[in-house]
Design a protein around this ligand. Sequence first.
Ligand SMILES: O=c1ccn([C@@H]2O[C@H](COP(=O)(O)OP(=O)(O)O[C@H]3O[C@H](CO)[C@@H](O)[C@H](O)[C@H]3O)[C@@H](O)[C@H]2O)c(=O)[nH]1
Length: 466
Amino acid sequence: MTTFEVVFIATPALGNLVPLVEFANLLTNHDPRFSATVLTIFMPQRPLVNTYVQSRASSLANIRILHLPTVDPPPPDQYQSSIAFLCLHIQNHKHHVKNALLSLLSSESNSPVRLAAVFFDMFCSSLIDVAAELSVPCYLYFASPASFLGFTLHLPRPDSLDSESEFAIPSFENPLPKSVFPNFALDANDASSWFSYLARRYRETKGIVVNTLGELEPHALQSLHDDSLLPRVYPIGPVLDLAGSARWDPNPVQYKRITEWLDRQPAASVVLLCFGSMGSMRAEQVEQIAIGLERAGVRFLWALREPPKAQLEDPRDYLNEVDVLPDGFLQRTAEIGLVCGWVPQAKVLGHEAVGGFVSHCGWNSILESLWHGVLVATWPVYAEQHLNAFQMIRELGLAVEISVDYRVGGDLVRAEAVEKGVRSLMEGSDELRRKVKEMSEKCKSSLVENGSSYNNLVSLIQELTS
Ligand SMILES: O=c1ccn([C@@H]2O[C@H](COP(=O)(O)OP(=O)(O)O[C@H]3O[C@H](CO)[C@@H](O)[C@H](O)[C@H]3O)[C@@H](O)[C@H]2O)c(=O)[nH]1
């Protein structure tokens, strides 16, 4: 029997790497003819990514994790933005990726294993050259929504953006105000030119897998389908690591403390506040959130993390969060709240005590909340999150809004807005909750036999093995 090897390469960031590894896991579990190798790129500034890789490497039966040799980071005079840094750093691994693929191809020549494909994620377009040189079919794995994939393909030039305008982008039903554009699309620096380059090259792949489902993003997916210059798009999702960081938690003591605290709270009473794997807030914003939460008087679990000292570093848990919180806040809210650092988010969202989620709208967080049927209040911060929030509220009607000033990098969100947003999340919105529960059912059924994502996985496998 011929067996098939698939290689996966992701950006060294949890939001990209985790879904890619889970997709590799889904593929190899679905069809035992497949085995997978994940090639990882090392970045010293990302200790959480490294912890995740180490732990996952030992827990996945059909997946080999291979570390590419370490490469020096690009010197500062070669980039202006963190996106450019990432893209250059990834591009500088071309040689090592080629060697890794060559060694897999050479082992293939004396065994019935076929190297069926290489999957790259959204920042790795430069590596398409390596796959092309070795004639290995190349696919894009897109960990953000289909709507954002469409956005990248129709990125207006920054110098064509005028402050009053709205923009028609085919993957969105409504015109987009400039205020929801990601930072990289607004600045005429190297970030927008890198993104245009990345997206141009998506079209050169043999297919694109998006971590979404047809039932969630029908409009965006139809627009991609209608794009005759794009390869076939396979919506296969939601692909999630539901055990999440509970499996590789950076702080197991904290995890135990959180779980025990949640176990003592009434059903659907707690609001979780968490802003992604790279999320942190400056001191003035922390203060406004604290005041807003205290005024709202709801139970809360707040993942509060310290801003990184240098660009591209992960935030860290505060050694002592008392330093940034208003005087006496922890004592006054001791009965109803828990402030902690990193939380095992996917597990927490599945806990019956959690009734609402204030989220930065990273796509993995949105999918995790939909999976568990937890209503989100949107608080986008960076990357494509303003677009995701726009889609969730205006296009899909699946979230409530914390009225963040939509200027990117925006102003302080005042305590009043936090209080109002949290109240409307926890107190009202029965109809929204019903819709979210309905979507939760669709997420689950899409992955079982004859579900839409399941069927797309079967079609992809047919293509990979033909
Ligand atoms: O305290 C925390 C914080 C995060 N997480 C997990 O980390 C992941 C975070 O992923 P996501 O919600 O997508 O946010 P980011 O880490 O910010 O992800 C980046 O990558 C995503 C996928 O491309 C984009 O949608 C985001 O905008 C981008 O910032 C999720 O699985 C969370 O469960 C935790 O478990 N605990």
